[in-house]
Write a protein that binds this ligand. Sequence first.
Ligand SMILES: Cc1ncc(COP(=O)(O)O)c(C=O)c1O
Length: 475
Amino acid sequence: MSVGREPPPAVAALFPAAAERERIDDLVTRALSASAGRAARGPVMPALDMARFRAELETFDFTSPQSLESLIGWVTTQLEHGVVHMNNPRYFGLFNPGANFPAQVADRISGAFNPQLASSGSSPAPVAIEAHVVRAIAQRAGLPPDSSGHFTTAGSEANYTALLCALTRAAPGFAADGVRAFAGAPVMYTSRECQPAWFKIAHQAGIGRRALKLVPTDGRGELDCAALEDMVARDRAAGEVPVLVSATAGTTGGGMIDPLARCAAIAREAGAWYHVDAAWGGAALCSPRLRSVLAGIELADSLTIDAHKWFATTMGCGMFITRYPAVLSETFRVAADFMPSTVTALDPYLNTVQWSRRFMGLRLFLSLAAAGWAGYAAHVERAVDVIAIVKERLLARGWQALNDSQLAVLCVAPPPGFPPIREIARRMLASGRAWVAVTTFAGREALRICATHGEISGQDIEVLVESLSAAGAAQ
Ligand SMILES: Cc1ncc(COP(=O)(O)O)c(C=O)c1O
């Protein structure tokens, strides 16, 4: 059979031959491994001369193509010196983990297949894998067997989804008329220690930032339930409509857990959707030793859990889970006859904020399948033990613990005579020896130390404690 005229050849720089791909893949593997080793031993802070870097960056005008091999060398070097290293076990920082290895492998695999996760029609196996993992986490949390959910770009998207579901359930007219469907202004409640993305979420969802009602805490960083009850009663009397109560299980600053069961009862009584933001703390579900600290999570209408936090997957792997799949489907319903499938209960484009989607869930699937619940239990328990040791060591040197988290975050104030907290943090970061954050916990400024890395050693703890003392010494 004659094939007629051939199209022009494929662009080799974009689609090299298989042998060249393998050569480059091997090269990337070795470059990353060497770089990770150096990053783990070197300074936590970026050491890049940004002026020089920007000047180099300007030379990329994309007119003359360069070899991928040299570009890989350039990029890995810039990243090795141009980021705060979450891969360094002395990063005692925000909830950004050193990524676990199965998740890194997952990214490579999903990058190679590049499946479109919008629909089960185009990606039957990946969509089924994601749904399976979400169900497993839902069951672990004690939600009913027919609960569902999906992977999100992050915790913020999952929390946004919770507010949209809450609004959709609260007023049948919300889908068509937005907040105009409510008899009074819809409002939501979460504690003052909440993650501040909630302000953006209230804005995005159209209820407005003033509709986010911040409930005082009890002095220990947990939501004050009596205050919540009072606020709800007052707002209802004023004609406002409580649509959502979000309790936090593992606050960003202090790792505190709101009274989950009491918050559930108050939300029910108010007719509001009950969400638990367990973006970081949710991983404690894996541990029989820690599970009880999350008692009451099973009462949630929906949950946020980020795999890219304590589950230590690569970035951008949140989860939204709900006991009301029908509300989720109603919230994101749409007709699109060009899509390869229309399975209301399953297709991600019919149940999520996103349309085109990456295979994010493979990261948690591979990690969970490789480590098992027991592996993850050991991982989270280890982090809690690390923080217990740090606490013991710092208290012995006169530091004061401000929080009493059952998870793996410690907020401390320095001994008398030390410089202000921000100055201690500045000196510490300038040394590049370890990374800690400054936070405000229960109204007081504190240094926040979190065990985010899965390989923190006794020596790393030693360096942290010594560096904090050195940062506090007169200069
Ligand atoms: C309790 C809590 N909720 C939500 C978020 C937001 O998550 P993400 O950064 O994945 O959007 C965070 C982030 O630290 C958090 O600590």
